[in-house]
Write a protein of this length. Structure first.
Length: 143
């Protein structure tokens, strides 16, 4: 686990996380569709994506697409980790970030679609135990 984020630092990453995870979920959906087509054509999922000499052009193209999409998905989740996030559930875009709350270490918890970091949980807990963050002071504008 990397150094802890302040809440403001973690919150500042949300727009980047949103862009990355949005691409991830789309690539994962495309990968699932490609694998489903391969399953339909072959009667089962292939054990590997190596191109075999006796395969149709369609199967070859699908295997190449699956390999490319797998690489894309792996690279995207690595980007999240490079930002300091911990991918907890790639199916829904659930990401934790180490942070400090009231002086104690916690994990800030963000799920794709949320506009801000609004939840946290203890280090030994998961999504089911996430709690709302205490209210933050709002900046007021005076005329």
């Amino acid at each position: 686990m990397g150094p802890p984020f302040s809440l403001d630092e973690a919150d500042a990453l949300v727009p980047r996380l949103h862009r990355i995870v949005s691409r991830q979920l789309l690539a994962q959906r495309e990968l699932e569709e490609v694998l489903e087509k391969l399953h339909t054509l072959l009667g089962q999922l292939p054990r590997e994506l190596a191109i075999l000499g006796d395969e149709s052009d369609e199967v070859r193209a699908l295997k190449e697409a699956a390999g490319r999409l797998m690489d894309e998905v792996d690279a995207g989740w690595c980007q999240v980790q490079e930002l300091g996030g911990q991918v907890k559930d790639p199916r829904v875009g659930l990401v934790d970030m180490p942070g400090l709350l009231e002086g104690r270490p916690v994990l800030f918890c963000w799920r794709f679609g949320e506009e801000h970091i609004a939840h946290y949980h203890e280090l030994d807990e998961g999504f089911s135990a996430r709690k709302p963050l205490p209210s933050r002071p709002r900046h007021r504008l005076f005329n």
